[in-house]
Design a protein around this ligand. Structure first.
Ligand SMILES: Nc1ncnc2c1ncn2[C@@H]1O[C@H](COP(=O)(O)OP(=O)(O)OP(=O)(O)O)[C@@H](O)[C@H]1O
Length: 693
């Protein structure tokens, strides 16, 4: 903390200066030493006054100085004028130029926090949290005071909050209960280039809002945006360019055709460690599998010599709990080099101190939805040029950097310029429910930047009708309104609502909370047999979801014992997270006057509620055929062949009818999260579901 202005030492130095000045004028000679002394105090005084002026709070002097060095600062006045004079502004500035951290603060200086909050959306929770931390430091406050954030199941804002960072999903949800976004005087949609479904829907909703609210400023910002397309969409909105970046980044392409990016990434990490000067490394891969494989290799197979740094490996992907993800911000020790191996979770808005080298595999996992099968599959695809530029931009933020692209320049030239908008490749059921809740009865009235496929919209409408969330005329029903009030996928919300009718909200609340976190079972590569054995102790004939509920209940009986989790290969952090989500859902239930009831040892109402949420994921066992020597299932009505996952507690039980949470494709199409049902429940729980049993 030695760069923080210390008021005590400052006032001591002031006293010394004063007594120095009071000495006999004639004897006072301004020799160099004294001059330096007085300049030093003057500098500290200036910094202190700037800090005081900024927020009447103490802001570290170096932070004030660093803000002034950002490329965006050179255009500050022009930018503030543009903000004042435009209703909608599109801002394009290189990665690291200062958009995410500075724009909300400039809007505040313009006076926009007098009439409301400044909301700034980010694509990922990690970016929201880390950017808020930085801006709170720059404003000299604690997180949750003048600068706060909101992500799903975590609200760190207060009455005092003027600048609020949040995920785009949170702002969209806010439109469902405040459709004019009346709390905000300005909204910044940051990183809009990635075209997540929530960003696209927000663009459409905000386009509609600003026609009715002259006082709301809308700013769209990114480093890599098709500015012409966005400007045309907003009726010729002004585009403001910010050139320059903090520090240079040298891009090095791989001249060879790349077949094995994992191997190539490993080689590049080792080459950097053995040949390049100090600096941490950020590697972009695609998901848990390749990240864990590379982590294992670098942890256990690679042995750096005493001449080189030890590697501190930090895997980062969304299934990991926040505490583990936050390790990326911890500095490496003197003899260490930090190697962060991440998915695109670390691609936008992040500044990680110490990162000097970025390695880009050129691949990303993308969700692809097939409305005919109602299945979402994660597929490995090439990144777009915009994403590659964002990845490169994680270097050069706190010092000069190098980006190793594991592909050739000519391959890069063939990458699509931007990702395919998510709205064109994802299930729309949740989105359509939110749009209905906001008040869009006819979806054709919505002016989308890129319209979603008609098939996907029709499928979403049919599914919502089956959930009884909308009626035949397309209007939202009471059930739909209730469903939209939970920050959950429609099927989980429906389960919760039905469980009240069936008298088992206690049980379903736990199941829904557990389904909202990642896998609660650990299966470390080196102890798979032990982990499978431990899991089998929890097996029940009532299926995987009830098994998870039993684990949660037993954990509570041990007073949430961490050791118990360790012994049983259970992820303690995930249970804690589920516990906190359960409490928040319970609050929403209470606010909606829903009753908490238990069915105790009777599991039928619980199974029926699960069926009410997952009826569209139903599969029937095919007759046993000796020559096939296996049992397979067939989904209805789509007639796809699927199998019970070997990790499921239904693997040997083989019920005649099941509903499943999802299908994952590895060697085969496996159902996961399986619950046995009685087929007559389908008619009871989803009467309009047209199934030829
Ligand atoms: N947590 C931090 N620690 C140190 N410096 C930071 C931190 N956050 C931001 N900075 C500095 O501020 C600069 C601007 O960051 P900011 O996120 O505002 O840029 P940006 O233009 O939004 O970049 P991007 O398009 O990559 O999101 C960074 O390059 C870095 O120098």
């Amino acid at each position: 903390m030695d760069d923080v202005l210390d008021i005590n030492s400052l006032s001591h130095e002031m006293d010394e200066l004063t007594s120095f000045l009071l000495k006999d004028e004639n004897t006072r000679s301004l020799n160099t030493e004294k001059k330096e002394f007085s300049e030093n105090v003057q500098f500290k005084l200036d910094s202190y006054m700037t800090a005081v002026k900024l927020n009447e709070k103490i802001v570290p002097a170096d932070i004030i100085e660093r803000r002034k060095k950002l490329p965006i600062y050179t255009k500050k006045n022009e930018l503030m004028n543009a903000i004042v004079n435009n209703h909608v502004l599109i801002i394009i500035g290189e990665t690291g130029s200062g958009k995410t951290t500075q724009l909300p603060q400039y809007l505040k200086e313009v006076g926009l926090t007098i009439t409301g909050r400044i909301g700034c959306t980010q694509l990922r929770r990690m970016a929201v949290k880390s950017v808020t931390k930085r801006v709170a430091q720059e404003q000299g406050c604690n997180i949750g005071e003048e600068v706060g954030y909101t992500i799903r199941f975590e609200d760190m804002t207060s009455e005092k909050t003027e600048i609020q960072y949040m995920t785009d999903g949170i702002l969209l949800r806010e439109c469902t209960y405040d459709k004019m976004l009346s709390n905000y005087s300005a909204v910044i949609l940051d990183e809009s280039h990635e075209r997540t479904i929530d960003t696209d829907i927000l663009l459409a909703v905000l386009k509609w809002i600003i026609r009715k609210r002259n006082d709301l400023k809308l700013i769209i910002s990114s480093a890599t945006l098709d500015s012409v397309k966005f400007s045309n969409y907003f009726d010729g909105a002004t585009v403001f360019n910010i050139s320059g970046r903090m520090f240079p980044v040298n891009i090095i392409y791989n001249p060879f055709q790349l077949y094995d990016y994992e191997r190539s990434a490993a080689k590049t990490v080792i080459m950097i460690n053995e040949q390049k000067e100090r600096g941490d490394i950020l590697v972009f891969l695609t998901g848990e599998d390749d990240i864990e494989t590379l982590s294992d290799y670098l942890n256990y197979e690679y042995k750096p010599s005493s001449l080189h740094y030890n590697l501190k490996i930090i895997p980062v992907y969304s299934a990991l709990p926040w505490e583990q993800q936050a390790l990326i911000f911890e500095p490496a020790k003197k003899n260490e080099r930090k190697v962060i191996i991440a998915t695109n979770i670390a691609e936008t808005s992040l500044t990680v101190d110490g990162i000097r080298y970025v390695i880009d595999s050129g691949y990303v996992k993308q969700k692809v939805y097939n409305p005919k099968k109602d299945m979402e599959v994660l597929t490995k695809v090439r990144v777009s040029q915009a994403q590659a530029i964002q990845r490169t931009g994680r270097a050069g933020r706190v010092g000069p950097g190098v980006c190793y692209r594991l592909y050739s320049q000519s391959q890069f030239d063939l990458f699509p310029s931007a990702p395919i908008p998510e709205i064109k490749r994802t299930s729309l059921t949740n989105t359509v429910l939110l749009l209905k809740k906001i008040g869009f009865i006819n979806l054709n009235d919505i002016d989308f930047l890129d319209a979603p496929p008609t098939d996907a919209i029709n499928f979403a409408l049919t599914e919502l009708e089956l959930f009884e969330a909308i009626d035949k005329t397309g209007h939202i029903t009471e059930i739909g309104i209730k469903m939209a009030s939970f920050p959950l996928e429609p099927n989980l919300a429906k389960m919760l609502i039905i469980s009240e009718v069936l008298g088992c909200t206690e049980e379903i609340l736990t199941i829904v909370a557990l389904l909202s976190v990642s896998n609660i079972f650990f299966r470390p590569k080196k102890k798979q047999k032990l982990a499978d054995k431990a899991k089998s102790n929890f097996f029940t004939n009532n299926g995987d979801l009830i098994m998870m509920m039993n684990v949660y209940n037993q954990w509570h009986q041990t007073s949430q014992d961490k050791n118990w989790c360790h012994e049983n290969f259970i992820n303690h952090r995930m249970l804690l997270e589920a516990n906190s989500i359960r409490e928040q859902l319970l609050d929403i239930m209470k606010s909606r006057k829903m009753k908490l009831k238990s069915s105790f040892s009777d599991m039928t109402p619980v199974l029926k509620s699960i069926c009410a949420g997952f009826f569209q994921n139903v599969a029937k066992k095919k007759p046993y055929l000796a020559n096939r020597k296996k049992y397979d299932y067939i989904t209805l009505p789509s007639n796809e062949v699927v199998f019970i996952h070997p990790g499921s507690c239904m693997h040997k039980v083989l019920p005649a009818w099941v509903v499943y949470q999802k299908v994952v494709t590895t060697s085969k199409e496996f159902m996961r999260g399986i619950t046995p049902i009685d087929c007559s429940w389908l008619i009871e729980m989803a009467p309009s579901f047209n199934l030829q049993i």
